[in-house]
Design a protein around this ligand. Structure first.
Ligand code: HEC
Ligand code: HEC
Length: 305
């Protein structure tokens, strides 16, 4: 009798303990995913550089994180604003499934419903770089986006004047794996890709980023005369050569100088650098990740442009 009793107690304890342990483990995993998602979105991905509304000085407005309209574009093929990606169900992405959010980020595709059903997202949304995001990181990003306070902010419907040419960026996916994260320069390459550093730092030819022939050579102008709607602070800015070239690139810079430029927006000569490079977001990068990015930049073949 006693024996049976204690067995049933054990059984009961196990029945209670196991689901609890399971719930705790998944809560822990969820917490870790939330932290990872927050880290990626608020540092290297700098989604807010486009998606968060800014004050007159170009600073992100508190409480409006990713509420949309931070940047508007008016380029020949497309006019529209970076969307509201908070969980508001009507004006944000609260009603989208995880799979739909992931497809928008990595493929630039909208859900198959609503007035813009199936229309690709405008080219400024850097989906072909985000395509390289590892599945675990993508899950974490969605967990973080869902944790944001929903903000009601309706934006004008975008206008597509020509088909979206996303293939221009198609070569950016470099086939990263989780194992790459253990290798410093490879992790740096991953971070620089998903952070689309080289989208900005590689020249364009007829809308195509020359990733294969001029990777990291810089010289891309921001706010060329045909682009309307971008913030004043982006005006006249031209991206720099990040390759290992000793004069034109970063070949002669120390690691500390490169890291200061990335996180503080201060040039080698002490000059305050211009936007749209998202220094304020990169300020939150962990030092080991910054070292990885620098290690990767050192591998870029010198470009004399
Ligand atoms: C260079 C600017 C830019 C950056 C950086 C950027 N986006 Fe976007 N994003 C846009 C624009 C512009 C649109 C709207 C495109 C359209 O209307 O066709 C958009 C649309 C979206 C949409 C679709 C929402 C909707 O309602 O249409 C999602 C989801 C999204 N972005 C997520 C992200 C995430 C997550 C990041 C960071 C990983 C990010 N974006 C970084 C410019 C950007
Ligand atoms: C949205 C476009 C954009 C993105 C994204 C971007 N940059 Fe930049 N970056 C610029 C521009 C423009 C400048 C030049 C600013 C100036 O000269 O005032 C610059 C300057 C720099 C400089 C200073 C170089 C010099 O010679 O003065 C470094 C280093 C740099 N970027 C590295 C990076 C890295 C690494 C990343 C990714 C983690 C990155 N950038 C992402 C646009 C960008």
């Amino acid at each position: 009798m006693r024996h049976t009793n204690s067995t049933s107690t054990i059984v009961r304890v196990l029945l209670v303990a196991f689901p609890l342990a399971g719930a705790m483990a998944s809560a822990l995993a969820q917490g870790t995913a939330l932290e990872r998602g927050r880290y990626l979105v608020t540092t290297i991905l700098a989604c807010g550089n486009c998606h968060t509304p800014k004050d007159g000085e170009g600073r992100a407005i508190a409480g409006k994180e990713l509420a949309g309209g931070g940047v508007g574009f008016d380029i020949p093929p497309y006019a529209g604003f970076a969307a509201n990606i908070t969980p508001d169900r009507e004006t944000g992405i609260g009603a989208w499934s995880d799979a739909e959010i992931k497809r928008a980020i990595t493929h630039g595709e909208r859900p198959e419903r609503g007035p813009l059903a199936g229309k690709p997202l405008g080219a400024p949304m850097a989906a072909n770089f985000f395509k390289a995001i590892l599945p675990g990181d993508l899950d974490a990003i969605v967990v973080y986006l869902r944790s944001l306070p929903p903000v009601r902010n309706a934006l004008p419907v975008p206008v597509y004047r020509a088909p979206v040419q996303r293939e221009a960026f198609a070569v950016a996916d470099r086939g990263f794996t989780d194992a790459d994260m253990q290798d410093k320069a490879r992790r740096g390459a991953y971070l620089a890709t998903i952070g689309h550093c080289l989208e900005c730092h590689t020249p364009l030819d007829k809308g195509v980023v020359l990733l294969d022939t001029a990777l990291g050579a810089g010289g891309r102008p921001f706010l060329p005369s045909f682009v309307k709607g971008l913030p004043e602070s982006w005006k006249g800015s031209v991206s720099r050569n990040l390759t290992a070239h000793p004069e034109r690139g970063l070949g002669a810079w120390s690691d500390a100088e490169i890291k200061r430029a990335i996180t503080q927006g201060v040039g080698r000569d002490g000059r305050r650098m211009q936007e749209p490079m998202p220094y304020a977001w990169y300020a939150g990068l962990r030092d080991d990740d910054l070292d990885a990015i620098v290690a990767y930049l050192r591998t870029l073949p010198p470009q004399a442009r």
